[in-house]
Design a binder for this molecule. Structure first.
Ligand code: AMP
Length: 418
């Protein structure tokens, strides 16, 4: 079987260079806000994701689970946050500081129906701010998400947000919602009738057309917030106003995973022909996750973006810079007997950090030249009898077509080597 696994893709060098650009730029943005990288394992014990009370499709239906040879239940992470929280608890990192600020870039696995922009192995980047419950932290996280959109040159950043409130607000709201949806039960889709028993909040997320009106007219979480949660959310909005962040309240926003509480949000940009996919990322606060994982009471808020979708958004919006690999020097020898001398030149070039290659083929110079044109090096270096005898190299500038003989030191200087 010589096919890749369904829902996976090969990232070839022409694409990988774009990922490198995006990753480097992201790291610069995260650095401005003093977020530091965290890398947690791709495989975790299943209970990290399969927690009691987690009824999201992602966890219930889409995880890759297996039993390892030691009879342990393992799950490939479908998202980053739960693993990061597991790490914070296990390493007691929360004792280091009142707020931990992490960013991550890495693969996740979900057994979803593959379609455009949806994969079974896909990358996400995002941040988590763990330990300090403050509207200013929420606002900072949202502002960072908005900053990513604008820094990469995308237009029309819009943050959609909502508040689910603290546990008390959520319980109150859940009860009202349950009553409301129960009275409209027959109008709900099959999946939502199941959600009604497990977590009625998730019905607000229903993507099926029929019950849309029922969902639209449902009670709003914002009307059931406790005073504390209300004040918290108002303060978040004030900071966003103060900093001219473009946002709108979306009362149906609950996000796909059940651990969210208080502030939840999605990050949109205006992307031509992207339709629904203009949601580039989403996030929210998760006050119960640590406890659900057996840890101490620990608040957190974060977001994640899908890397593939983000890169496609940059491309279709015309803001992905033209990324190409640059070959500084390409060595061609006139006969294999000069290869030893040439290998020394090559080593010197590389020691000086100059991207260089040599044609090891024994074919004619004509065929080597053909190959060289395709590789498009800045300089062609020719080595023949004369060069070896006089300890020189012949250097051709492929742009001006000028050619001259010079010493190796002069070549290194010409190419700006260090
Ligand atoms: P979520 O973790 O489901 O809130 O998704 C956050 C972002 O990750 C989404 O906005 C998507 O851009 C991306 N994403 C989620 N699932 C997939 C997938 N299966 N393939 C590609 N990207 C995904």
């Amino acid at each position: 079987m010589n096919y890749k696994v369904k829902g996976t893709y090969d990232l070839l060098p022409e694409e990988a260079i774009k990922w490198e650009y995006v990753t480097n730029k992201l790291k610069e943005i995260f650095k401005k806000y003093n977020y530091k990288e965290i890398r947690t394992p791709i495989m975790e014990y299943s209970e990290v994701f399969h927690r009691e009370g987690e009824f999201s499709d992602m966890v219930q239906k889409e995880t890759y689970n297996f039993v390892d040879k030691g009879n342990r239940n393992i799950t490939l992470r479908p998202e980053a946050t739960a693993g990061i929280m597991r790490s914070v608890i296990e390493n007691k990192s929360y004792a280091q500081n009142d707020i931990l600020k992490y960013y991550y870039i890495g693969p996740n696995y979900r057994y979803e129906r593959p379609q455009k922009g949806r994969f079974r192995e896909f990358y996400q980047f995002g941040i988590e701010a763990i330990g300090l419950k403050s509207p200013y932290v929420d606002a900072e996280v949202i502002m960072l998400a908005s900053d990513i959109i604008t820094e990469f040159g995308l237009d029309g950043v819009l943050i959609k947000l909502n508040s689910l409130g603290d546990n008390e607000s959520r319980l109150r709201y859940q009860k009202v919602l349950e009553e409301y949806f129960n009275s409209h039960k027959t109008g709900l889709c099959n999946d939502c009738q199941v959600r009604l028993d497990n977590n009625p909040l998730r019905i607000l997320d229903c993507k099926i057309d029929g019950p849309k009106d029922i969902v639209k007219n449902a009670p709003k979480s914002i009307d059931y917030l406790t005073d504390n949660s209300k004040l918290h959310f108002e303060k978040v909005l004030k900071v966003l106003d103060e900093n001219k962040i473009n946002y709108e309240i979306d009362h149906n926003l609950v996000r796909g995973i059940d651990y969210y509480s208080e502030t939840v949000f999605e990050i949109h940009a205006h992307i031509k022909d992207f339709g629904n996919a203009n949601t580039l990322g989403g996030g929210g606060a998760y006050d119960n996750l640590s406890i659900d994982l057996g840890g101490p009471e620990l608040t957190g808020i974060g977001f994640s973006f899908g890397m593939e979708r983000f890169i496609e958004a940059l491309e279709v919006s015309g803001v992905m810079p033209n990324m190409e690999y640059i070959l500084d020097a390409y060595i061609i020898t006139f006969d294999e007997s000069f290869n030893q001398f040439a290998s020394h030149v090559l080593k010197e070039l590389r020691d000086a950090n100059i991207t260089s290659e040599m044609d090891y083929d024994t074919k004619s110079v004509k065929s080597k030249m053909k190959k060289a044109i395709k590789l498009n090096p800045k300089y062609l270096i020719f080595i023949g009898e004369d060069e070896v005898k006089n300890n020189l190299v012949s250097v051709k500038d492929t742009e001006t077509q000028e050619q001259q003989q010079m010493k190796l030191e002069e070549l290194l200087k010409l190419l700006g080597g260090k």
